[in-house]
Design a protein around this ligand. Structure first.
Ligand SMILES: Nc1nc2c(ncn2[C@@H]2O[C@H](COP(=O)(O)OP(=O)(O)OP(=O)(O)O)[C@@H](O)[C@H]2O)c(=O)[nH]1
Ligand SMILES: [Mg+2]
Length: 308
């Protein structure tokens, strides 16, 4: 008989840590999330302000669940309702979390980084500095002085130089977070990789192709709504509408002879097939809906079908 309080064979209590991924636009937050989860669930592009809404990525390790909240890039002077909403989402995301991954670009420290870093002083949880894009540093010797300077001026519980794009040096970050995760029941089913629905991620994957393939301003004027999402015996049947603000934008998205929309559609379909692990039929329409970025009702949906 075992007289101690710990029953033989009783499972070790679960641990679960929740971490917000925060930083200015374009530093690689979503790339980091995808790399950690091992699947593209959050869209990325070379253009700033790609992420519009928070999305959770979940990693299940032995006895530990790590939950990451990817957030839109923080903007110092948000212009317009959409961008204000994006900043608000960051504020919401950093409530009730155990730690913040403050992501910066190793090659560029900007004023927004400075303001964000100073703002972290008020945060009660752990603060981790992620120095991303170290592969882009031509002079690698600059890394140590940069870290020394930042850790001299701001307090961090850990500093992780890494490359989110190829996953180099990611393991030390994961190990530290797993070791620090508090005892708590899992928040998500261990099989789950995100809190968002398949419909949401599919709409985002289509929006990613718009962000990647269209000129500078246009992606900001588009949003995507999934109209039909049906699992049929051999195929998943998806119909989506790409909403734009002006007829001229519609013409650009469609392209001469429908060439661009065709390219966008087939690139999106390949990513969707990878996500769903099924064959996909994807049909897209392009429609004009005035200035939706200033319309509170449209913003509430933000192209996310589960909130319609
Ligand atoms: N060279 C290099 N590029 C990277 C790395 N991580 C991300 N990128 C690139 O940086 C760009 C921005 O990446 P995102 O992950 O979309 O950045 P983000 O911080 O989520 O951007 P927003 O959602 O707009 O705030 C993309 O072109 C990525 O491929 C990295 O480690 N090295
Ligand atoms: Mg992003």
């Amino acid at each position: 008989m075992n007289s101690s309080n710990e029953a033989v064979g009783s499972p070790t209590p679960a641990r679960c840590g929740v971490y917000g991924i925060v930083g200015r636009p374009n530093v690689g937050k979503s790339t980091l999330l995808n790399r950690m989860v091992g699947q593209k669930i959050s869209i990325t592009s070379r253009k700033p302000q790609t992420t519009r809404q928070t999305i959770n990525g979940i990693i299940q390790l032995e006895g530990v669940q790590l939950v990451f909240v990817d957030t839109p890039g923080w903007q110092r002077q948000p212009q317009g309702k959409l961008h204000k909403l994006m900043n608000q989402q960051i504020e919401q995301a950093v409530q009730d979390i155990d730690g913040i991954l403050f992501v910066i670009d190793a090659t560029q420290w900007r004023e927004e980084d400075e303001t964000l870093a100073a703002g972290l002083a008020d945060f009660k949880g752990a603060r981790y500095l992620v120095v991303n894009k170290v592969d882009k540093l031509i002079d690698k010797e600059r890394l140590l002085p940069l870290i020394a300077e930042l850790t001299g001026r701001f307090q961090f519980d850990g500093v992780f130089p890494l490359c989110a794009l190829n996953g180099q040096n990611l393991q030390p970050l994961l190990d530290s977070l797993a070791a620090a995760a508090p005892k708590r029941d899992y928040l998500f089913d261990p099989e789950q990789i995100t809190d968002r629905s398949e419909r949401f991620v599919v709409a985002e994957l289509i929006r990613e192709k718009l962000a990647r393939q269209l000129g500078a301003e246009l992606p900001y004027a588009t949003h995507v709504v999934i109209d039909v999402f049906e699992d049929r015996p051999e195929i998943t049947w998806i119909e989506a509408t790409i909403w734009v603000e002006k007829p001229g934008q519609k013409a650009i998205v469609i392209g001469a002879g429908g060439k661009r929309i065709k390219q966008l559609g087939s690139a999106a379909r390949l990513d969707i097939e990878k996500l769903l692990e099924r064959r996909v039929f994807l049909k897209t329409w392009v429609k004009v809906k005035g200035k939706w970025t200033e319309d509170p009702v449209a913003l509430e949906h933000l192209g996310s079908p589960e909130r319609r």
